[in-house]
Write a protein that binds this ligand. Structure first.
Ligand code: ZN
Length: 335
């Protein structure tokens, strides 16, 4: 029995040993196959002519991914336009700036912060005055000097005569009393407190020739002052009371009254045949994330309106802020 037992034991031991060997061999084959597969992949990548080494950094690749940029633009409205910062509107005065509105429904008194220039004391070579007491706000005076110099340079002589600039309420009352002889005269003059002349940005003018003759701007402008007709918009001036806008302005056409509103507003208003009232209504539709773009000669601008508690101004670009005398502010940005 013992003889039979021993060979049976040895046989069992031998069988188990063979199974282990088979498993080890199979594992080795598997590992070798995997290694071969990995080596093949690595070699194929290394030899790919389209891959440039060293590859771009992960950060650069991320920045260049258009999907990443699109996502940021959608989640952050500022990315679609100009970067802005908010300033509390109490830091500004709605009664200062080139776009303040004054008409028969909108009263105005010039803030003390606005400085006036006496045109006689600062008389310019290229325009004349009807009286020594004429005054204008500094911005309007500077623009008038610039425009008259350009006019004289282009044509040899600038015939502009300022006949009436800034008026306070007392002066407007005297003007009104003197002007209104017949009831129909009231269509062409504002009551004290409601005159564009209170801004210091509006003035009446006529054309004064070298021989001493003088002409109304409106009637003779095209013939005698075509340069002025074509170019006043580029110096920030508009005709404040166009003939067909009486329902908006309250004045049934007064062609000799210029008003400084500044570039690019003057260009937009003139080229679109609208009046200041229409422009200030239109501009309320534009925000900093969706501004109005205006081209004036070779310069690009964008304009937007702020009617809430904050005035949004650009972080980086040159800008100006004007009140509209209605509680809102207009931001103008030179691009
Ligand atoms: Zn006037």
């Amino acid at each position: 029995m013992s003889k039979n037992f021993k060979p049976a034991y040895r046989k069992q031991k031998m069988v188990m040993s063979t199974s282990v060997k088979v498993i080890i061999i199979l594992l080795c084959v598997l590992v070798v196959t995997l290694l071969a597969f990995l080596i093949k992949i690595i070699l194929s990548k290394a030899l790919d002519p389209n891959i440039v080494y060293p590859p771009d950094s992960i950060a650069e690749t991320y920045a260049a991914d258009p999907r990443t940029e699109a996502t940021e633009a959608v989640t952050d409205p500022e990315e679609q336009g100009i970067k802005v910062r908010a300033i509390d509107k109490t830091k500004f005065d709605t009664k200062t700036g080139s776009l303040v509105l004054v008409n028969k429904d909108t009263a105005y008194t010039l803030p003390q912060s606005v400085s006036l220039v006496n045109l006689y004391d600062s008389l310019h070579d290229n325009f004349s005055l009807a009286s020594a007491s004429e005054e204008l706000a500094k911005d309007a005076y500077d623009a008038l000097c610039k425009m008259c110099s350009a006019y004289a340079e282009r044509t040899g002589y600038c015939p502009i005569m300022v006949t009436s600039g800034y008026r306070n309420e007392e002066q407007q009352q005297a003007f009104y009393d003197n002007y209104v002889v017949n009831p129909s005269d009231k269509e062409y003059v504002e009551l004290p407190g409601y005159s564009d002349h209170h801004t210091g940005l509006g003035f009446d003018m006529k054309l004064y020739e070298k021989d001493g003759s003088s002409y109304s701007y409106g009637r003779y402008a095209t013939e005698r002052a075509s340069w002025l007709v074509e170019n006043h918009k580029y110096y920030g001036f508009i005709m404040r009371y166009p003939a067909n806008k009486g329902s908006f302005t309250g004045i049934e056409g007064e062609s000799n009254h210029f008003r400084y509103v500044g570039v690019p507003h003057s260009v937009y208003i003139t080229e679109n045949n609208i009046c200041l009232e229409e422009y200030l209504t239109l501009i309320k539709n534009y925000t900093y994330s969706d501004p109005l773009y205006i081209t004036a000669e070779n310069d690009e601008y964008c304009v937007w309106y702020c009617g809430g508690n904050n005035v949004y101004v650009p972080k980086n670009e040159e800008y100006s802020v004007s009140g509209d005398n209605l509680g809102g502010f207009i931001v103008t940005v030179k691009l």
